[in-house]
Write a protein that binds this ligand. Structure first.
Ligand SMILES: [Zn+2]
Length: 575
């Protein structure tokens, strides 16, 4: 057994003190900190925050994240160190005078030869602080089956938490909320809604895969809101204003649904590369789109199933996402499998080339899951759906606790649904062609259209094809030039500071207004600063791709399409 002791050494200095004790593995014993965290596919080098490493015997550092302690003849070997923790995200640790969020991979070292041994963690919380974690224990002493289990349960320590519990599918759940909401927090209302979502997910899979579950929600104006899934818990980070208006609250519920769906999809149904983990380096899989895209599809669809999101609201959001995908040139450059495999160096390391060269396996993956579900429903005459595929993945892999081979996904879904999916996977998963959502939505009696023009109709604005950012005092700098767009064709580059349009000054605030007075096809004169030199360019403005598309029931839809709509969205086809 590996023993851990952890305490807040100095909250105002954001320091956690850790001690690891293990039986020696020989003349020397190695201790290592993970380079990354399961669920977040970026090498974060957590060891950069480790300091003051010491032991009773000589210690040597072997590489960026591994230490070796002389242990010849020793009965046990102990390593002590401090970790600086002051980054509030769901994938890092954060300690201050008000609370502590302890994220295992950033704090707890493992002995490489002893990863599968049980672990015990003794935690000293500041007086009066509550301790919340999914690890089994008594609030001070916790137990884990092995290292993977130990670090797969974040720990929240706080003197003030809003806590609400509920039972769903006969299992206890708890939501703990840390931080002030923007206005009163409706804990019971949230518990009721999340309970309905959990119930629908349990219905899909035929029961819950855990004994109890904990949601840890931080409300903070974080630059990176989001969540991180764990085996029996989830860490969520959302803006203080997440409870109202309704649109914000729907997003919060989607976040809960998303991380909870991961209790099956990725925590238990997983590609072979994602567990047991190699914590020292990148773990490659071409199936992240299944883990994240399919989960993104279900997170919102579960709200529909739970009666928390009306069918047309769901379709409106679908239209927004489809429009967003169509604005990204990279969707025709990178396939879903490539996006999955390269998450480590692309999705998690965005730069000026990202929109032109990559596609998000969340965004395209979610829309591909919509297309996959409708393709199956349509081809099977409504007798099968993507739910059948998820159930087979759960039964054969999740329940059996073994990872699937990336290449098996298509065959498994075909087996579960009886629908041949080769051409679908060739085009939408392995291929880089346009996702033809219009055709699949038509099978559910839906048509996709540009939004109706406003009344009175505004003339169409000119389009430059850039993303800009503010660089102090409102100055506008080109962040991205979209591939094959007007700006790129005219020779505008990322980094250029926009100064004037047709002789009138532009900044972040006025650029869009000035473009609104010009039309597609018009030529404008741009002044810009490039490496401090004044440059003048002429740009022929283009046509802006729509920010949203409408997805609406087609009054001419035939009866089978209407039936598919009703089965898919649980509501009668609007007449
Ligand atoms: Zn996710």
């Amino acid at each position: 057994m590996i023993g851990y002791r952890m305490q807040i050494a100095d909250a105002h200095a954001h320091l956690v003190e850790v001690e690891v004790e293990a039986e020696p593995t020989g003349a020397t014993t190695r201790f290592a900190l993970p380079a990354w965290s399961p669920g977040s596919y970026l090498v974060r080098d957590y060891a950069r925050h480790v300091r003051a490493v010491q032991a009773d015997a000589p210690v040597r550092k072997l590489d960026k994240q591994t230490w070796s302690v002389d242990s010849e003849g020793a009965g046990s070997v102990r390593l002590r160190y401090q970790v600086y923790a002051h980054e509030l995200t769901v994938r890092t640790s954060h300690v201050d005078g008000r609370h502590a969020f302890l994220h295992g991979p950033s704090l707890l070292m493992y002995v490489p030869e002893r990863l599968r041994e049980p672990a015990q963690l003794e935690l000293s919380a500041p007086a009066g602080w509550q301790v919340l974690t999914a690890l089994p224990g008594d609030g001070r002493l916790f137990h884990a089956d092995d290292y993977d289990h130990l670090i797969d349960a974040p720990i929240e320590l706080s003197p003030a938490l809003v806590r609400v519990g509920f039972d769903a599918a006969e299992r206890p759940h708890e939501i703990a909320i840390c931080g002030l909401g923007d206005g009163p927090i409706d804990g019971p209302g949230l518990a009721r809604d999340v309970s309905a979502i959990v119930g629908c997910a349990a219905d899909l899979f035929g029961g819950l895969p855990y004994e109890r579950y904990l949601f840890l929600l931080h409300l903070a104006p974080a630059p990176q809101p989001g969540g991180l899934e764990h085996r029996n818990s989830a860490a969520l980070l959302a803006a203080p204003g997440s409870f109202r208006p309704r649109k914000k609250y729907e997003e919060l519920l989607e976040l809960f649904a998303h991380e909870h769906f991961h209790a099956w999809n990725v925590k238990r149904i997983r590609p072979a590369a994602l567990g047991p983990f190699d914590y020292t380096r990148e773990s490659y899989t071409r199936a992240l789109w299944v883990m994240e895209g399919v989960t993104s599809y279900y997170d919102r669809h579960l709200l529909v199933r739970a009666g928390l999101l009306p069918a047309q609201r769901y379709l409106d959001k679908l239209g927004e996402e489809l429009a967003r995908l169509r604005q990204i040139p990279g969707r025709l450059v990178q396939s879903l499998e490539e996006a999955s495999f390269d998450a480590w160096i692309k999705f998690y390391k965005p730069d000026e080339a990202t929109p032109n060269s990559t596609v998000s396996y969340y965004l395209k993956g979610g829309l591909t899951a919509v297309a996959l579900d409708l393709t199956v429903r349509s081809a099977s005459g409504g007798t099968r759906s993507l739910d059948d595929g998820m159930r087979l993945l759960w039964q054969r892999y999740g329940r059996a606790a073994r990872g699937f081979d990336d290449d098996d996904v298509q065959a498994l879904l075909e087996e579960a649904t009886g629908v041949a999916l080769g051409s679908f996977f060739d085009a939408s998963v392995r291929g880089r062609t346009e996702l033809d959502l219009e055709r699949v939505l038509a099978t559910a009696g839906l048509k996709v259209e540009p939004p109706a023009p406003s009344e009175p109709a505004e003339p169409e604005a000119g389009y430059l094809g850039v993303q800009t950012r503010e660089i102090g005092s409102g100055r506008s700098q080109v962040a991205v030039t979209l591939a094959a767009g007007p700006a790129e064709r005219a020779g505008l580059y990322p980094g250029d500071e926009l100064v004037a349009l047709d002789g009138l000054r532009v900044d972040e605030r006025t650029l869009r207004d000035r473009l609104a007075t010009r039309r597609p096809g018009e030529r404008v004169r741009l002044h810009l600063l490039r490496r401090d030199e004044l440059v003048e360019l002429e740009v022929e403005l283009g046509r802006r791709p729509p920010d949203a598309l409408t997805v609406k029931p087609d009054p001419a839809a035939p009866a089978p399409a209407r039936a598919l709509y009703q089965a898919w969205l649980g509501a009668p086809f609007p007449t």
